[in-house]
Write a protein that binds this ligand. Structure first.
Ligand code: ADP
Length: 496
């Protein structure tokens, strides 16, 4: 445990001393020397030597000053002071200043060489201690970087994390956890979980701890917890035991994930399926009972009655087909699998075309139509989808109009929009009906609508189409007086 090839600096003007040390140590070590104290300080401070031999009397400054200056830079430097006039006082003084040894000149080789070996051994210990210290500091630095990295990750993830010990005390949680149990309170580490956690989570944790204690190794429990009903905050809590090295249960870790949106979606899906089933069932039940009456011969011999029932069945099948078509359209829109053939559509032409298709229905109910269309306004869209929008608006303006009512259709440019307005003098809507207008299957139920057939899907589809083109739709209505639907679609500007 000693240093080979040690670097030794001799600061002494006495060439005899330098020669002596070089002769006795030069084979194994690297020896440098200088006769000046100032030069010695410069050399000895700029890099650290393993041993410094410093003469007490130098031509420029005192040996003590050199010792002081070098130890100031290298606190652990091993300095051996040499004096031709040794005194107890100066030996004590330099030792107090940190000198390793104080020797008198001329040297006794019998003593000096073992002393150098001891000094080098001491130096080795110093260097080893320094290496270990640095290593530890580096490890600590790494550890603290690792720790802060880990806590940054845990604090930024979107899942809530909670750790509970065997005594059911909270020993760790991240900020997201507080949000997911809907609390503003700061939890104190070491506090009982019963003070803070929702009962359902307490139950889950107790069950895991009980199982882990009685059955040893046990898996995680996954469970949906309703934190805020109805469907305002639902979390999936995944709780697992933590086991120590010798198999004893140390506590549990719970990971909470927000599944509110998923639950809401699930609920609206099942509501939709229910509504579809209900809507399909009503016309099928009617057709079924008409056919049954015909087959059972309960209608007597009157051919007119038969015809009425057959006609009604036919109407119901048509309504079913319409419903199924609307449903398919809505699914297509929702699945985003619609293939669009985008074209530059001239809006006024398309409106005129659509109105023409409805002429027979208008004549039947003596409804007049008035068009105020500005031509040469274009939208970039699939013409079939825009036709569906206009068809729905015009068809409703007829269906929900009064006998001998009127419809006014206009098409104008409004900034970067093409604005299409369909105004009728029909039954209008109450404020509540207006609010629910675009909901799937919504149909106003009042004395006016009793005999009007429909699916309640037309406006829901229309809204999805308009949204798809980044447009918007507004409604003004007065119950018993009429409604105005306005659709805004992005206009193709000149040059586009
Ligand atoms: P449908 O006409 O097949 O019932 P829609 O989605 O087109 O379905 O319309 C939903 C409901 O909105 C209608 O049932 C009706 O109550 C109301 N509604 C739509 N358009 C008008 C209108 N122009 N005037 C009055 N009520 C309307």
């Amino acid at each position: 445990m000693k240093i080979l090839d040690a670097r030794i600096l001799i600061i002494d003007a006495d060439t005899g001393v330098v020669e002596f040390l070089k002769n006795h140590l030069g084979n194994h070590h690297v020896i440098e020397s200088t006769g000046s104290g100032i030069d010695g300080i410069a050399k000895g401070s700029s890099s650290e030597y393993d041993i410094y031999f410093i003469s007490m009397s130098l031509p420029d400054i005192s040996g003590r000053d050199v010792l002081h200056a070098i130890r100031k830079v290298h606190e652990e430097a091993i300095c051996i002071m040499m004096s031709a006039n040794p005194s107890i006082d100066s030996a004590v003084q330099t030792t107090q200043m940190g000198a390793y040894n104080y020797i008198s000149k001329p040297f006794d080789p019998e003593k000096i060489i073992p002393m150098v070996h001891r000094a080098l051994e001491r130096r080795w210990y110093i260097l080893e201690a320094r290496r270990l210290r640095e290593e530890r500091e580096n490890n600590l630095a790494e550890l603290s970087v690792d720790k802060s990295r880990l806590s940054t990750v845990i604090n930024s993830i979107d899942d809530g994390i909670l750790v509970i010990n065997q005594n059911k005390e909270i020993i760790f949680y991240n900020p997201r956890f507080l949000q997911l149990i809907d609390t503003d309170r700061q939890i104190l580490i070491g506090d009982s979980m019963f003070r803070y956690l929702p009962r359902s989570l307490q139950k889950q944790i107790c069950e895991i701890l009980r199982k882990a204690e009685s059955e040893g190794k046990t898996g995680a429990i996954k469970q949906e917890l309703v934190i805020k009903p109805p469907l305002e905050l639902v979390v999936m809590a995944n709780t697992a035991p933590i086991f120590g090295e010798n198999g004893q249960c140390l506590g549990v870790v719970s990971v909470l994930r927000d599944i509110t949106e998923m639950k809401q979606l699930e609920q609206s899906k099942s509501r939709f399926v229910n509504m579809v089933a209900h809507e399909l069932k009503a016309p099928l039940a009617a057709i079924h009972s008409y056919l049954k009456m015909i087959l059972d011969n309960t209608l007597g011999d009157d051919i007119v009655t038969y015809n009425t029932y057959m006609k009604r069945s036919l109407e119901r099948t048509e309504a079913l087909t319409e419903l199924i078509n609307d449903l398919m359209n809505i699914f297509r829109m929702d699945s985003k699998a619609v293939k669009r053939n985008l074209e530059k559509v001239e809006v006024a032409d398309l409106l005129e075309n659509t109105v023409d298709l409805f002429k027979p229905q208008m004549e039947e109910r003596e409804i007049s139509v008035n068009l105020a269309l500005k031509h040469e306004l274009f939208v970039k869209a699939d013409p079939e989808e825009i036709r569906r929008v206009f068809t729905n608006l015009i068809s409703n303006a007829i269906k929900y109009n009064k006998y001998e009512g009127s419809i006014h259709i206009s098409c104008v440019e409004d900034g970067r929009w093409v604005k299409v307005t369909v105004k009728d003098t029909g039954i209008g809507m109450t404020a509540d009906e207006k609010d629910r207008l675009f909901q799937e299957f919504f149909r106003a139920k009042n004395k006016f609508t009793r005999d009007i057939t429909g699916t309640g899907l037309g406006l829901a589809i229309l809204k999805k189409i308009v949204d798809e083109y980044a447009g918007r739709i507004t409604v003004e209505t007065e119950y018993g007086k009429g409604s105005t639907f306005t659709v805004y679609l992005p206009r193709v500007m000149s040059g586009e």
